[in-house]
Design a protein around this ligand. Structure first.
Ligand SMILES: Nc1nc2c(ncn2[C@@H]2O[C@H](COP(=O)(O)OP(=O)(O)O)[C@@H](O)[C@H]2O)c(=O)[nH]1
Ligand SMILES: [Mg+2]
Length: 241
C-alpha cells in the first residue's frame, strides 16, 4: 500500500456480497497507475459482505475495509470512509455496481485541473438503468430540489462523485446528506460541476430504498437544507494580516 495515496475511493455497502468483489476489482483496474486506496465501508451487513471483502484484501493491496457495528445508512457510511481516508481527493460510488468505476478517473482529472475553489465534480447518470417508477420519482425529486435549493444539480442521487476531502469535512452531517452535497458546498462558497457518467443495471442484490421512503425523508431534508441556506453568511475570503 502507498504511504499517502492521492485518491481515496469510498464505497458504502449494505448487503452487497454479490456485487462487492467484482466492483473492487473494477475500481483497482480503473485507477491502476495512479496513487489510490479503496475503502469499502460495510454498514453492518446481514450477508457475507464483510467476510468477502476482508478476504479480497489479499488480492487487492489498495483495499481497506471499515465496518460499522450498527447499520447507520449510506450517508454515515460515506462519512466514516471519508474520515478514515488518507487521500485529499475522494471518489464515491455505489456498492451495487450500478456506477461504472471507469468513469471515476475523468472526474478526478477535471477536479484536479481546476483551482481549489472547485470542490466537486459530480456524475450525472445518462441513460439510467432503473425501473420506470424509480426514474420518474427521481426526475420529480431532482426537479423540486433544484428549484428550492438552486443547487444546479440534475442528479444528486448519482453515487459517483469526485470531491476534495477538505471541502466535505466542512459540511454538516445528517442522514441522507449525500444527496445535498452540491447545495452544501455552494453554501460554503465553493463551485461545483457535473459530468455525464454511465449507469448499469443492478446485477445482484436488492435496492435498499423505496420511492415512498425517499419521499418522506426528503421533505424534512429539503426544509432543513433550506434553513441552513437561510442562515448562511459568507465573508468572501479570510485574510491574515
Ligand atoms: N452503508 C450503507 N449503504 C447503503 C445503505 N443503503 C444503501 N446503501 C448503498 O447505497 C448504494 C445505493 O443503494 P441502492 O440500494 O442501490 O439504491 P438505488 O440504486 O437507488 O436503488 C449501494 O451502494 C448500497 O449498498 C445503508 O443503509 N448503508
Ligand atoms: Mg443501486
Amino acid at each position: 500500500m502507498v504511504a499517502t495515496p492521492d485518491i481515496s475511493v469510498v464505497v458504502p455497502v449494505f448487503d452487497e456480497a454479490g456485487a462487492a468483489p467484482a466492483l473492487a476489482q473494477e475500481i483497482a483496474a480503473a485507477f491502476a497507475g495512479r496513487s489510490f486506496e479503496i475503502i469499502f465501508v460495510d454498514d453492518a451487513s446481514r450477508d457475507d459482505t464483510r467476510a468477502v471483502l476482508s478476504a479480497l484484501r489479499a488480492e487487492i493491496p489498495q483495499l481497506r475495509v471499515l465496518s460499522h457495528q450498527r447499520n447507520s445508512g449510506q450517508s454515515r457510511a460515506i462519512r466514516s470512509g471519508i474520515l478514515g481516508a488518507r487521500g485529499a481527493v475522494i471518489v464515491t460510488l455505489d456498492g451495487d455496481g450500478q456506477n461504472d468505476p471507469a468513469d471515476g478517473p475523468a472526474l478526478v482529472d477535471t477536479l484536479m485541473a481546476a483551482g481549489p475553489d472547485l470542490a466537486m465534480v459530480g456524475g450525472e447518470r445518462v441513460n439510467r438503468q432503473d425501473s420506470q417508477a424509480k426514474k420518474w420519482a427521481s426526475r420529480f425529486g431532482n426537479g423540486i430540489r433544484r428549484r428550492l435549493l438552486h443547487d444546479t444539480a440534475r442528479d444528486t442521487g448519482c453515487g459517483l462523485k469526485a470531491f476534495r476531502r477538505e471541502a466535505f469535512l466542512r459540511l454538516p452531517y445528517f442522514d441522507h446528506v449525500h444527496r445535498y452535497l452540491p447545495a452544501l458546498m455552494l453554501r460554503e462558497g465553493y463551485r461545483v460541476e457535473f459530468r455525464p457518467v454511465h449507469h448499469r443495471h443492478r446485477q445482484t442484490g436488492q435496492s435498499k430504498y423505496t420511492n415512498v421512503g425517499r419521499l418522506l425523508a426528503s421533505v424534512s431534508d429539503l426544509l432543513g437544507v433550506m434553513w441552513l441556506q437561510s442562515r448562511s453568511r459568507n465573508p468572501g475570503g479570510v485574510e491574515e494580516l
